[in-house]
Write a protein that binds this ligand. Sequence first.
Ligand SMILES: CN1CCN(c2cc(NC3CC3)nc(N)n2)CC1
Length: 158
Amino acid sequence: MKHRLYTLIFPMDIYRNRVLLGMKKRGFGQNKLNGFGGKVEADESVAQGASRELCEESGLSPTEEPEKCGLLLFYFENDPVAMEVHVFITRSFAGQPQETDEMRPEWFDIREMPFEHMWADDPSWWPYVLDGKLFVGRFWFKADMVTITRQELAQVGS
Ligand SMILES: CN1CCN(c2cc(NC3CC3)nc(N)n2)CC1
């Protein structure tokens, strides 16, 4: 099974219990709230790719290496290529959130996540992010990209 590599990064404001999410304005996941991310370029590490995408999509630039949170593998009916999404958070960043062509950023209280506007898998793994527990999640989606037919989630570290 071929895996294509992606990043997903969440800026956390721990003092105010907030996470920055972006409303995707076009392309894959349009009209959903999510972290920031995209494909990893050939000349960068996954963490560097996550930082680059955050900056391009929100105007925030991490001032330290983003923290690894977990790994998400997505399999889609009738699609031979799986998505391998490396999930990060960053607690130290410079700049103010700004709307870009891709994303309209907004802060959300981490205890009131807007899951009804997020991908269907998010509620399954988001608790691990909040607990600082490393995770691996695998999700099998129907072709409609909405129905999860099977999922496996495991904590793999502290
Ligand atoms: C570059 N992006 C980052 C975000 N990403 C996804 C996917 C996802 N579920 C999969 C069924 C689609 N769930 C979240 N939360 N993010 C896709 C690739």
